[in-house]
Design a protein around this ligand. Structure first.
Ligand SMILES: Cc1cc2nc3c(=O)[nH]c(=O)nc-3n(C[C@H](O)[C@H](O)[C@H](O)COP(=O)(O)OP(=O)(O)OC[C@H]3O[C@@H](n4cnc5c(N)ncnc54)[C@H](O)[C@@H]3O)c2cc1C
Length: 398
């Protein structure tokens, strides 16, 4: 049997799991991440929502109801976690702009505004006034991006279409990785004689080298650009995910990707290892401690039956509103559905409350009362709890 032994094993490779794993590597621990697939981050705008319901997210956090996961992290650790995140982004050339005490707005592919907090540098100029002229460049055949909606919402806008000969965001982004394509595109932009103002593009400026592509384009054309995230799959989200994966591997972390947990090996109140569903060969991953970061319903960390909610790896106790009749509001697209409160309750050291294991920690959107959509705290809460759970786990290992 193929097996590995680590100080800590993180189950789930999303924002929270990767943050936890990187934090433990930085503390000198050996770490493996086991994940059955790509996380929700790859569907996201790539922007870090910390608390969209407040103008000052940091201040807003202190007003959240007691029991919200941010409360277990504490203000100093929330600040520290995001400072470390910004450093990792800069290290891998995905610099993030913004500060955690200040909300920011970006434009969506439908032309509405979205409140967020930390944004990739390629969206730095996304905020504009009603009177500003904005020129939108779209690409022939590209779906998931709607210039006409943006123009309807912002009257003072123009529009041009470039033919990149491929119709998908990933295909166009791959073309931008090629210098000759960038040259042709920059020359085309110059020839358009676009009136003074900012130029907005769907987020297609490369997969691996977005920062240098963005800077080169601005330099060649002497224009101000900003990217607008497209509908999922979203390149800024994929870039963010790739950045964290690279940061982990560079620190010596091990990834077991595409692997779901098949079984748990336990001894008394301790988890000793997990075996992975791996066609062809069985793999066992052993650790002194484990961190559960399998996300909420979208990634399969939680699973709902007709009238109950279950945690899918360790069968931990889950808290959820008892009656299914109150799980959802009548209007599906409104926020604040009660079912969003479902999750694993934790104690102040990020261990599951009433769980049977002493060496298990929990982070991310699987934690009860996160209410990620209601508060707009997705990646921010994942980063903060990933960091805090890792710190707690580190104390347990040593
Ligand atoms: C469509 C969409 C867009 C969003 N956009 C934004 C945004 O723009 N900004 C923002 O801040 N937030 C956004 N959010 C919220 C944010 O993405 C999440 O709250 C956050 O990233 C959750 O991270 P996580 O690590 O808790 O879980 P996840 O990202 O869900 O990761 C969980 C991981 O665990 C793995 N896993 C699950 N079960 C198992 C198992 N049994 N064995 C092994 N691995 C397993 C999954 O494959 C996955 O990789 C968005 C959410 C959605 C749904």
């Amino acid at each position: 049997m193929n097996s590995g032994t680590y100080d800590a094993v993180v189950i789930g490779g999303g924002m929270s799991g990767l943050t936890a794993a990187i934090t433990l590597c930085d503390a000198g621990k050996t770490v493996a991440v086991v994940s059955k697939g790509d996380p929700v981050c790859c569907l996201s705008t790539g922007c870090i929502d910390i608390l969209n319901s407040a103008d000052n997210p940091l201040q807003g956090i202190s007003a959240l109801p007691s029991g919200h996961p941010y409360g277990f992290v504490g203000q100093d650790a929330i600040i520290e976690a995001h400072e470390r995140f910004i450093k990792i982004g800069a290290e891998w050339k995905i610099p993030y702009i913004g500060a955690i005490h200040e909300s920011r707005q970006i434009v969506t592919p439908l032309g509405t505004r979205k409140t967020t907090c930390l944004i990739p540098k390629t969206m730095e100029y996304a905020a504009y006034d009603e009177s500003d002229y904005i020129h939108i460049v779209s690409f022939k055949g590209l779906k998931d991006f709607y210039p006409s909606y943006i123009i309807t919402r912002h009257g003072n806008a123009g529009h041009s279409v470039f033919d990149a000969a491929v119709p998908s965001t990933i295909g166009i982004a791959e073309r931008f990785e090629d210098e000759r394509f960038r040259e042709t595109f920059a020359e085309w932009i110059i020839k358009q004689n676009i009136p003074e103002g900012k130029i907005a593009l769907p987020a297609v400026l490369g997969i691996r080298s977005s920062l240098s592509i963005y800077e080169e384009l601005s330099r060649r054309t002497e224009r101000t650009f900003f990217e607008i995230p497209t509908l999922p799959p979203s390149l800024p989200g994929i870039r963010l995910f790739n950045c964290l994966k690279k940061a982990l591997l560079a620190r010596g972390g091990r990834l077991y990707w595409g692997n779901e947990i098949a079984s748990i090996e336990k001894l008394g109140a301790s988890i000793e290892g997990v075996t992975l569903k791996n066609p062809g060969r069985v793999a066992r991953v052993q650790g002194k401690a484990f961190i559960l970061a399998t996300g909420s319903f979208v990634s399969g960390g939680l699973f709902a039956r007709m009238d109950s909610v279950h945690e899918t790896v360790f069968d931990l106790p889950v808290s959820y509103p008892e009656k299914r009749s109150i799980w959802f509001k009548e209007t599906f697209f409104s926020t604040g559905h009660q079912i969003e409160k479902a999750g694993v309750e934790i104690d102040s050291s990020f261990r599951p409350l009433d769980g049977p294991f002493e060496n298990l920690f929990v982070c991310g959107s699987i934690i009860a009362r996160s209410e990620v959509m209601k508060y707009g705290c997705g990646h921010g809460m994942a980063i903060a709890t990933g960091y805090a759970a890792a710190r707690s786990c580190e104390g347990f290992i040593t």
